[in-house]
Design a protein around this ligand. Structure first.
Ligand code: ATP
Length: 465
């Protein structure tokens, strides 16, 4: 049974070192969180799983890591300066600020029930900053509110460097910043977060089939990290609610304790983005309505054969420029971590009536892969043997392996269940004579005796599957 309330999970995350309020000793800042010793492992494992599946596991993808600070013209031509707005209202009685498109009734204050609200105004969510030592106009830049724009502005660079042909994608993971009107629901809506984004470039006309294909690919990935389809609702966003650049969007909404909410958007962005950032727009038969670009020095298009069938037969015919359409699967790392944690969070009643809390994390995501426990902490020969076993497992390079020498095995089991450690390995007095250890499985609590010679293969099998 996944988490049905957020509070127990939030408190586990704080207590066990997954996630802390940022700058808590100064009262914290709303919408900013720091990932602690276990949180950073979970987050890194999750991002690595995405990169492995979306980049290393495919033949049609390149990676990118763009700058976080964005050129003002990039965000002018992307449309962010003019349109990256949320509708903001303020209650004149209690001074609460709210986003009207997320309110149950936009005429009633969510905080105090007053109807004394200011009319909504467009609030731009980008963080503006001064770039370089000179203040004033011309020195402003923005923290990127999404990673996507660097992919579009590097389209030609990547194409030239790799000689890719359509269809192919560029993937990027990294920080994004949005000055959200209200940050809430723990790490669900924050002002600094990370995105895992793909811009997949296809021939116009092939976009709809690729859009469907990406929906399926991404649902499979969510399943692989422990978020099953049965807990994701795919919303085919209604025409009236589509972003201005989108032909069609699927929102993947996970069943969070606070209700179904978005973990990923998969949009068909047509030729809007490359079309906005390209030079010579008028020659390119763009389908999207774009802003006239008088600054770009690159043609963001590919050359294709006018008659592909003839070209396939080796006949050299005329070529034409085409601006690719873009399919964009865009997921948030924090929301993914939260969905994974919610899904893994389990409270079980044991036969003796006690409850145990565990995180049934997929082993490849678990922050600690295995804990090695000497049965007693005051027996140097046991601790030394446990240390030896821990060193051996650490060298496998599977992730964190800890020596937990508290000497209280029962307590250590409970702690490691709670943080999702798949395996606990106990070194006892018999180990010293028979060379065997006890391996306990987190989910079934089953214990087996295993010769040390077989331990590495067993642990590898359990973690890598
Ligand atoms: P929402 O409607 O919830 O504000 P969005 O539709 O604006 O989200 P996108 O612009 O599609 O979000 O961004 C892609 C992904 O980035 C989202 O699916 C989400 O996982 C993540 N994301 C967006 N905004 C935030 C945020 N403030 N905090 C955490 N993750 C976010």
């Amino acid at each position: 049974m996944p988490a049905t309330e957020m509070q127990p999970l939030v408190s586990l995350c704080q207590r066990r070192g997954f996630i802390f309020q940022s700058a808590e000793i100064y009262g914290g800042m709303k919408g900013l969180y720091d990932f602690g010793p276990l949180g950073v492992e979970l987050k890194n494992n999750l991002k690595a799983a995405w990169w492995r599946a979306m980049v290393h596991g495919r033949d049609d993808m390149e990676g990118l890591d763009g700058a976080i600070i964005g050129h003002p013209l990039m965000f002018k031509y992307s449309g962010h300066v003019d349109t990256f707005n949320d509708p903001l209202t303020e209650c004149l009685d209690c001074k609460a600020r709210m986003r009207t498109d997320k309110m149950a009734d936009p005429t009633v204050c969510e905080n105090c029930g007053s109807k004394n609200l200011l009319p909504p105004r467009a609030f731009n969510m980008m963080f503006k900053l001064q770039y370089g030592p000179m203040e004033g106009s011309g020195s402003e830049a923005y923290l990127r509110p999404e990673t996507a724009q660097h992919i579009f502005t590097n389209f030609k660079n990547v194409l030239d460097a790799t000689s890719r042909k359509l269809p192919f994608g560029i993937a990027q993971m990294g920080k994004a910043y949005r000055n959200e009107i209200i940050a809430r629901n723990f790490i669900f809506r924050v002002r600094e977060f990370e995105q895992m984004e793909i811009e997949f470039f296809v021939l116009p006309g092939e976009d709809e089939a690729w859009h469907d294909k990406w929906l399926e690919t991404r649902l499979q990935w969510w399943e692989s990290i422990g978020v099953p389809r049965s807990r994701i609702q795919v919303k085919d966003v209604a025409k009236d609610d589509l972003a201005h650049y989108s032909k069609r969007t699927f929102d993947l909404e996970y069943a969070f304790p606070h209700g179904y909410d978005e973990i990923e958007g998969i949009a068909n962005r047509t030729d809007y983005d490359l079309g906005n950032h390209t030079k010579h727009q008028e020659e390119l038969n763009l389908t999207a309505k774009v802003h006239k670009n008088t600054h770009s020095n690159a043609r963001l298009a590919v050359q294709i054969d006018e008659d592909p069938e003839a070209a396939a037969k080796g006949i050299n015919g005329p070529k034409k420029w085409v601006v690719p359409f873009v399919i964009e699967p865009s997921a948030g790392v924090e929301r993914a971590c939260l969905a994974v944690l919610c899904e893994a969070y389990t409270e079980e009643t044991l036969p003796n009536g006690e409850t145990r809390t565990l995180l049934k994390l997929k082993p490849h995501l678990a922050p600690i892969k295995a804990a090695v426990l000497p049965l007693a902490k005051n027996k140097p020969e046991l601790v030394a043997k446990a240390q030896e076993v821990k060193n051996m497992l650490q060298r496998l390079g599977l992730g964190r392996v800890l020596l937990d020498a508290s000497g209280n095995v029962g307590k250590a089991y409970r702690k490691h269940d709670e943080v999702g450690t798949p395996l606990c390995i106990t070194v006892d007095f018999d180990t010293l004579s028979d060379g065997q250890v006890t391996v306990r499985d987190r989910d079934s609590m089953a214990q087996i005796r295993l010769p040390l010679a077989d331990l590495a293969a067993h642990v590898r099998g359990a973690i890598e599957g």
